[in-house]
Design a protein around this ligand. Sequence first.
Ligand code: ASP
Length: 439
Amino acid sequence: MKKVVKFGGSSLASAEQFRKVGEIIHSDQGRRFVVPSAPGKRFSEDTKVTDMLYDCYQSAGNAKQLDKKIAAIAERYQEIIDGLSLDLSLAEEFEKIKQAFASHSGSDYAASRGEYLNGIIMASYLGYEFVDAAEVIRFDEDGVFDAELTNDLMQKRLEGLANAVVPGFYGAMEDGTIKTFSRGGSDITGSIVARAVHAELYENWTDVSGFLVTDPHIVENPETIETITYRELRELSYMGATVLHADAIFPLRQEGIPINIKNTNRPQDPGTLIVENTCRQPKFTITGIAGKKGFCAISIEKDMMNSEIGFGRRVLQVFEENGISFEHVPSGIDTLTVLVHQSEFMEKEQQVISGLHRAVNPDMLDLESDLALIAVVGRGMRANRGTAGRIFAALSHANVNVKMIDQGSSELNIIIGVRNDDFERAVKAIYDIFVLTHI
Ligand code: ASP
């Protein structure tokens, strides 16, 4: 089975971690294409090499500071090289980097060197060919990722190679200017490589054994999700669950390649499998629960609203004109509520209120702030009756007042609005009813 394996920063933070990675790769011949991140944190107060590089680039104008900061970064890599007893010197590379920084090569170039150098070490350690991502990942002149050109370049370059290391996180424009994805972007590189080589599986190795059903800060030791679909994952990620970069899904969707989230420190754990579609029933009715605080509801009431054509459009236009995106718009016969991010809304509040008066002349306009939204997500909800009933019974037992309900038409999710103060209690109550009592 042809696999692409991506290793995150904490999996490559030290020589000891590199050894674990080496063992994982060598234990399966299918693991032919490797995408490394830059070295991450070795312990919780440590600094990621990517952050050291951004900081170092800030000091590019001060030769003394620059020397000192480059030396600290070089030391991180040297520690790994020595720990692995590699016959490799990065001295020349660091000389080039120093000169490029001094001539203001750009912060994207600076950050990308973390993955670039780690890729060189990884290739040397594994005895695999090093393929510079600048050759094969293309951004257009506006800095927008060009998926199709990249796929062509990557396919041609990797064709015929038994194995290779392609560093994550960056690519280049036609003129050679280095460009990075947003933070955590090595996940995207892994997907791009998987698509180009028609991998059967994309393994994304990190420091957790997959996605958890909910936030471990709220529920102690939550269960791990065994299988999740791309769409479910998107719903949960949007609501704040993070393990994988959101843009990593798109290249894989085109090919239907599954992703396996795995733990470098516990390779025996099955992790979470992310798939396009599956007949496998989820272990519980729900797949996951995620949520965010800090929303604000603007409720508009007007008699005969339902017969006024264009009412909703005029309301939303006011938000658009003020540059505010909306999250949900639940409505009744004579009422309509717009839920927005409080932080976006606050500074424009008075303009929006007067705009709404002018646009729709409401009978009443009410604001409620400090709300939280909880997404209960699961493909299993479609086949099960009474899911909503169980959620609301659980919330009522936990003494949580439900402010808003919105069920997506796909029956894949139910969004519930509660007060910020009730958020944790609500998530826990929903988790308990579906997972602990296992119904
Ligand atoms: N090293 C980059 C970061 O820290 C990219 C990555 O690790 O995926 O964001």
